[in-house]
Design a protein around this ligand. Structure first.
Ligand SMILES: Nc1ncnc2c1ncn2[C@@H]1O[C@H](COP(=O)(O)OP(=O)(O)OP(=O)(O)O)[C@@H](O)[C@H]1O
Ligand SMILES: [Mg+2]
Length: 284
Protein backbone atom coordinates (compact mmCIF):
# COMPACT_ATOMS: atom_id res chain seq x y z
CA UNK A 1 0.00 0.00 0.00
CA UNK A 2 1.63 3.19 -1.19
CA UNK A 3 -0.01 6.57 -1.68
CA UNK A 4 1.16 8.34 -4.81
CA UNK A 5 -1.23 11.29 -4.95
CA UNK A 6 -4.44 11.44 -6.94
CA UNK A 7 -6.00 13.29 -9.85
CA UNK A 8 -8.26 15.33 -7.59
CA UNK A 9 -5.78 16.13 -4.89
CA UNK A 10 -2.38 17.76 -5.11
CA UNK A 11 -0.09 16.15 -2.58
CA UNK A 12 3.41 17.50 -2.11
CA UNK A 13 6.33 15.10 -1.89
CA UNK A 14 6.63 15.44 1.89
CA UNK A 15 2.91 14.86 2.38
CA UNK A 16 3.07 11.61 0.39
CA UNK A 17 6.12 10.62 2.39
CA UNK A 18 4.26 11.28 5.64
CA UNK A 19 1.23 9.24 4.56
CA UNK A 20 3.42 6.30 3.60
CA UNK A 21 5.48 6.59 6.76
CA UNK A 22 2.34 6.39 8.88
CA UNK A 23 1.16 3.33 6.93
CA UNK A 24 4.55 1.65 7.37
CA UNK A 25 4.71 2.44 11.06
CA UNK A 26 1.08 1.34 11.45
CA UNK A 27 0.41 4.50 13.39
CA UNK A 28 -2.32 7.10 12.90
CA UNK A 29 -1.32 10.09 10.79
CA UNK A 30 -1.98 13.26 12.73
CA UNK A 31 -2.48 16.08 10.23
CA UNK A 32 -2.45 19.70 11.25
CA UNK A 33 -2.60 22.83 9.14
CA UNK A 34 -4.57 26.02 8.60
CA UNK A 35 -8.30 25.57 7.93
CA UNK A 36 -8.95 24.79 4.29
CA UNK A 37 -5.55 23.31 3.45
CA UNK A 38 -6.96 19.91 2.56
CA UNK A 39 -6.67 17.89 5.77
CA UNK A 40 -10.06 16.24 5.57
CA UNK A 41 -9.79 15.80 1.83
CA UNK A 42 -6.45 14.04 2.28
CA UNK A 43 -8.11 11.15 4.12
CA UNK A 44 -10.81 10.89 1.45
CA UNK A 45 -8.28 10.85 -1.34
CA UNK A 46 -5.86 8.40 0.26
CA UNK A 47 -8.74 6.02 0.97
CA UNK A 48 -9.96 6.32 -2.59
CA UNK A 49 -6.55 5.84 -4.16
CA UNK A 50 -5.71 2.84 -1.96
CA UNK A 51 -9.14 1.38 -2.64
CA UNK A 52 -10.16 1.37 1.03
CA UNK A 53 -13.66 2.21 2.26
CA UNK A 54 -13.52 5.34 4.44
CA UNK A 55 -15.25 5.50 7.80
CA UNK A 56 -15.57 9.04 9.10
CA UNK A 57 -15.98 10.27 12.61
CA UNK A 58 -16.55 14.01 12.86
CA UNK A 59 -15.77 15.24 16.34
CA UNK A 60 -17.81 17.92 18.12
CA UNK A 61 -17.37 19.54 21.51
CA UNK A 62 -19.89 17.09 22.95
CA UNK A 63 -18.40 13.94 21.40
CA UNK A 64 -17.25 11.28 23.85
CA UNK A 65 -14.70 8.58 23.08
CA UNK A 66 -17.20 5.88 24.05
CA UNK A 67 -19.50 6.92 21.18
CA UNK A 68 -16.80 5.80 18.75
CA UNK A 69 -16.72 2.36 20.36
CA UNK A 70 -20.36 1.55 21.08
CA UNK A 71 -23.39 2.75 23.00
CA UNK A 72 -25.90 0.73 24.92
CA UNK A 73 -29.40 1.81 23.96
CA UNK A 74 -31.15 1.19 27.27
CA UNK A 75 -34.13 3.35 26.35
CA UNK A 76 -35.09 1.20 23.36
CA UNK A 77 -34.69 -1.91 25.42
CA UNK A 78 -36.95 -0.59 28.13
CA UNK A 79 -39.55 0.42 25.56
CA UNK A 80 -39.39 -3.00 23.87
CA UNK A 81 -39.78 -4.72 27.19
CA UNK A 82 -43.01 -2.83 27.77
CA UNK A 83 -44.34 -3.52 24.28
CA UNK A 84 -44.60 -7.29 24.55
CA UNK A 85 -45.32 -7.77 20.84
CA UNK A 86 -41.78 -6.96 19.63
CA UNK A 87 -40.64 -10.35 18.29
CA UNK A 88 -42.80 -12.07 20.88
CA UNK A 89 -40.50 -10.72 23.59
CA UNK A 90 -37.46 -12.47 22.11
CA UNK A 91 -35.61 -9.40 20.94
CA UNK A 92 -35.47 -7.81 24.34
CA UNK A 93 -33.73 -10.82 25.90
CA UNK A 94 -30.60 -10.40 23.84
CA UNK A 95 -28.58 -7.39 24.90
CA UNK A 96 -26.66 -7.60 21.62
CA UNK A 97 -29.71 -6.10 19.89
CA UNK A 98 -29.29 -2.90 21.85
CA UNK A 99 -25.60 -2.29 21.29
CA UNK A 100 -25.17 0.53 18.81
CA UNK A 101 -21.81 0.07 17.11
CA UNK A 102 -19.58 3.10 16.77
CA UNK A 103 -17.15 3.86 13.97
CA UNK A 104 -14.23 2.15 15.68
CA UNK A 105 -16.22 -1.01 16.19
CA UNK A 106 -17.22 -0.95 12.52
CA UNK A 107 -13.63 -0.29 11.45
CA UNK A 108 -12.25 -3.09 13.65
CA UNK A 109 -14.76 -5.71 12.56
CA UNK A 110 -14.84 -4.88 8.84
CA UNK A 111 -13.96 -7.82 6.62
CA UNK A 112 -11.52 -5.80 4.58
CA UNK A 113 -8.99 -3.16 5.64
CA UNK A 114 -10.56 0.28 5.89
CA UNK A 115 -9.43 3.86 6.33
CA UNK A 116 -10.69 5.71 9.37
CA UNK A 117 -10.89 9.48 9.67
CA UNK A 118 -11.16 11.08 13.10
CA UNK A 119 -11.83 14.63 11.97
CA UNK A 120 -11.08 17.69 14.12
CA UNK A 121 -10.04 15.88 17.26
CA UNK A 122 -9.20 19.20 18.94
CA UNK A 123 -12.92 20.06 19.12
CA UNK A 124 -13.57 17.49 21.84
CA UNK A 125 -12.68 17.94 25.49
CA UNK A 126 -9.17 17.28 26.73
CA UNK A 127 -9.96 13.74 27.94
CA UNK A 128 -11.08 12.56 24.53
CA UNK A 129 -7.66 11.71 23.04
CA UNK A 130 -6.54 10.11 26.30
CA UNK A 131 -9.62 7.90 26.31
CA UNK A 132 -8.65 6.46 22.95
CA UNK A 133 -5.02 5.61 23.70
CA UNK A 134 -5.46 1.89 24.08
CA UNK A 135 -7.87 1.58 21.18
CA UNK A 136 -5.45 3.35 18.86
CA UNK A 137 -2.41 1.55 20.17
CA UNK A 138 -3.62 -2.03 20.59
CA UNK A 139 -6.56 -1.77 18.23
CA UNK A 140 -8.90 -3.45 20.66
CA UNK A 141 -11.47 -2.63 23.32
CA UNK A 142 -13.79 -4.47 25.63
CA UNK A 143 -17.56 -4.36 25.48
CA UNK A 144 -18.73 -4.83 29.07
CA UNK A 145 -22.40 -5.32 28.22
CA UNK A 146 -21.82 -8.31 25.95
CA UNK A 147 -18.54 -9.34 27.58
CA UNK A 148 -16.63 -9.52 24.34
CA UNK A 149 -13.28 -8.23 23.26
CA UNK A 150 -13.47 -6.35 19.97
CA UNK A 151 -10.15 -6.66 18.24
CA UNK A 152 -9.25 -5.28 14.81
CA UNK A 153 -9.31 -7.97 12.14
CA UNK A 154 -7.28 -5.67 9.94
CA UNK A 155 -5.49 -2.63 11.23
CA UNK A 156 -7.28 0.41 9.77
CA UNK A 157 -5.31 3.26 8.21
CA UNK A 158 -6.12 6.07 10.63
CA UNK A 159 -6.14 9.80 9.89
CA UNK A 160 -6.59 12.32 12.64
CA UNK A 161 -6.96 16.01 11.85
CA UNK A 162 -6.60 18.96 14.18
CA UNK A 163 -6.93 22.71 13.83
CA UNK A 164 -4.81 23.28 16.91
CA UNK A 165 -7.60 24.70 19.04
CA UNK A 166 -6.38 22.54 21.90
CA UNK A 167 -3.04 20.94 22.69
CA UNK A 168 -3.04 17.18 22.44
CA UNK A 169 -1.63 15.11 25.32
CA UNK A 170 1.94 13.81 24.99
CA UNK A 171 0.94 10.20 25.45
CA UNK A 172 -1.41 10.56 22.51
CA UNK A 173 1.18 12.31 20.33
CA UNK A 174 3.65 9.51 20.99
CA UNK A 175 1.33 7.09 19.22
CA UNK A 176 0.93 9.16 16.06
CA UNK A 177 3.00 10.12 13.07
CA UNK A 178 2.77 13.87 12.65
CA UNK A 179 2.53 16.02 9.56
CA UNK A 180 1.88 19.73 9.25
CA UNK A 181 0.42 20.74 5.89
CA UNK A 182 2.28 23.91 5.09
CA UNK A 183 0.39 26.61 3.28
CA UNK A 184 0.96 25.85 -0.43
CA UNK A 185 3.54 27.95 -2.26
CA UNK A 186 2.50 29.64 -5.49
CA UNK A 187 3.51 26.70 -7.70
CA UNK A 188 1.61 24.13 -5.64
CA UNK A 189 -1.36 26.48 -5.45
CA UNK A 190 -1.39 26.74 -9.24
CA UNK A 191 -1.60 22.95 -9.50
CA UNK A 192 -4.41 22.88 -6.94
CA UNK A 193 -6.34 25.52 -8.89
CA UNK A 194 -5.70 23.58 -12.11
CA UNK A 195 -7.34 20.52 -10.55
CA UNK A 196 -10.49 22.49 -9.78
CA UNK A 197 -10.57 24.82 -12.81
CA UNK A 198 -8.80 23.05 -15.66
CA UNK A 199 -9.75 25.63 -18.28
CA UNK A 200 -9.02 28.81 -16.34
CA UNK A 201 -7.40 31.61 -18.36
CA UNK A 202 -3.74 32.02 -17.40
CA UNK A 203 -4.08 35.79 -17.26
CA UNK A 204 -6.97 35.68 -14.82
CA UNK A 205 -5.15 33.11 -12.72
CA UNK A 206 -1.97 35.16 -12.51
CA UNK A 207 -3.81 38.34 -11.48
CA UNK A 208 -6.05 36.52 -9.03
CA UNK A 209 -3.10 34.71 -7.44
CA UNK A 210 -1.20 37.96 -7.06
CA UNK A 211 -4.14 39.65 -5.37
CA UNK A 212 -4.70 36.58 -3.21
CA UNK A 213 -1.10 36.43 -1.95
CA UNK A 214 -1.11 40.24 -1.45
CA UNK A 215 -4.18 39.93 0.75
CA UNK A 216 -2.74 36.92 2.55
CA UNK A 217 0.56 38.59 3.28
CA UNK A 218 -1.08 41.65 4.76
CA UNK A 219 0.41 42.00 8.24
CA UNK A 220 -2.11 41.93 11.08
CA UNK A 221 -4.88 39.94 9.42
CA UNK A 222 -7.07 38.08 11.89
CA UNK A 223 -8.00 35.32 9.48
CA UNK A 224 -5.79 34.72 6.49
CA UNK A 225 -7.64 33.39 3.48
CA UNK A 226 -6.62 29.84 2.57
CA UNK A 227 -6.84 27.42 -0.34
CA UNK A 228 -10.58 26.87 -0.12
CA UNK A 229 -11.19 30.63 -0.03
CA UNK A 230 -9.09 31.17 -3.14
CA UNK A 231 -11.07 28.43 -4.89
CA UNK A 232 -14.38 30.01 -3.85
CA UNK A 233 -13.22 33.38 -5.02
CA UNK A 234 -12.05 32.08 -8.40
CA UNK A 235 -15.37 30.32 -8.83
CA UNK A 236 -17.16 33.62 -8.27
CA UNK A 237 -14.83 35.55 -10.57
CA UNK A 238 -15.58 33.06 -13.32
CA UNK A 239 -19.32 32.88 -12.60
CA UNK A 240 -19.72 36.67 -12.46
CA UNK A 241 -17.49 37.13 -15.48
CA UNK A 242 -15.36 39.72 -13.70
CA UNK A 243 -12.99 41.39 -16.19
CA UNK A 244 -9.28 40.97 -15.52
CA UNK A 245 -8.88 44.75 -15.39
CA UNK A 246 -10.89 44.77 -12.17
CA UNK A 247 -8.12 42.71 -10.56
CA UNK A 248 -5.11 44.36 -12.13
CA UNK A 249 -4.44 47.58 -10.35
CA UNK A 250 -3.30 50.29 -12.68
CA UNK A 251 0.22 51.60 -12.05
CA UNK A 252 0.76 49.10 -9.28
CA UNK A 253 -1.82 50.62 -6.98
CA UNK A 254 -3.60 48.24 -4.67
CA UNK A 255 -7.34 48.14 -5.10
CA UNK A 256 -9.99 46.43 -3.05
CA UNK A 257 -10.61 43.28 -5.10
CA UNK A 258 -14.14 42.50 -6.25
CA UNK A 259 -16.12 40.04 -4.12
CA UNK A 260 -13.58 40.41 -1.33
CA UNK A 261 -16.08 38.72 1.01
CA UNK A 262 -14.87 35.39 -0.34
CA UNK A 263 -11.37 36.09 0.95
CA UNK A 264 -11.73 38.21 4.08
CA UNK A 265 -14.10 36.93 6.70
CA UNK A 266 -14.36 39.65 9.28
CA UNK A 267 -14.93 43.37 9.32
CA UNK A 268 -11.60 44.26 10.97
CA UNK A 269 -9.71 42.59 8.15
CA UNK A 270 -11.78 44.34 5.50
CA UNK A 271 -11.26 47.70 7.23
CA UNK A 272 -7.53 47.02 7.53
CA UNK A 273 -7.35 46.23 3.86
CA UNK A 274 -9.36 49.29 2.84
CA UNK A 275 -7.16 51.51 4.99
CA UNK A 276 -4.07 50.16 3.29
CA UNK A 277 -5.55 50.78 -0.14
CA UNK A 278 -6.49 54.30 0.90
CA UNK A 279 -3.00 55.03 2.23
CA UNK A 280 -1.35 53.73 -0.92
CA UNK A 281 -3.60 55.93 -3.06
CA UNK A 282 -2.75 59.02 -1.03
CA UNK A 283 0.94 58.31 -1.32
CA UNK A 284 0.79 58.81 -5.05
N1 LIG B 1 -4.03 19.83 -2.05
C1 LIG B 1 -5.27 20.07 -2.51
N2 LIG B 1 -5.66 19.59 -3.70
C2 LIG B 1 -6.91 19.82 -4.17
N3 LIG B 1 -7.82 20.54 -3.52
C3 LIG B 1 -7.52 21.05 -2.32
C4 LIG B 1 -6.23 20.83 -1.75
N4 LIG B 1 -6.18 21.46 -0.56
C5 LIG B 1 -7.37 22.02 -0.37
N5 LIG B 1 -8.20 21.79 -1.43
C6 LIG B 1 -9.57 22.29 -1.56
O1 LIG B 1 -9.90 22.97 -0.38
C7 LIG B 1 -11.13 22.49 0.16
C8 LIG B 1 -11.01 22.41 1.65
O2 LIG B 1 -10.28 21.28 2.03
P1 LIG B 1 -10.57 20.50 3.39
O3 LIG B 1 -12.00 20.57 3.73
O4 LIG B 1 -9.95 19.17 3.28
O5 LIG B 1 -9.74 21.42 4.38
P2 LIG B 1 -9.43 21.18 5.90
O6 LIG B 1 -7.97 21.34 6.06
O7 LIG B 1 -10.04 19.91 6.36
O8 LIG B 1 -10.16 22.43 6.54
P3 LIG B 1 -10.82 22.53 8.01
O9 LIG B 1 -9.67 22.59 8.96
O10 LIG B 1 -11.56 23.82 7.95
O11 LIG B 1 -11.68 21.33 8.19
C9 LIG B 1 -11.35 21.13 -0.47
O12 LIG B 1 -12.70 20.90 -0.69
C10 LIG B 1 -10.61 21.23 -1.76
O13 LIG B 1 -11.50 21.70 -2.74
MG1 LIG C 1 -11.54 19.48 7.69
Amino acid sequence: MKFKGSDNYVATQDLMLAVNAAITLKRPLLVKGEPGTGKTMLAEEVAESLGLPLLQWHIKSTTKAQQGLYEYDAVSRLRDSQLKDVDGGERVKDIQNYIVKGVLWQAFTADQPVALLIDEIDKADIEFPNDLLREIDRMEFYCYETRELIRAKHRPVVFITSNNEKELPDAFLRRCFFHYIKFPDAETMKSIVAVHFPGLKQELLTSAMKTFYDVRNLPGLKKKPSTSELLDWLKLLVAEDIPIEALQSKDDKVAVPPLVGALLKNEQDVTLFEKLVFMQRNNR
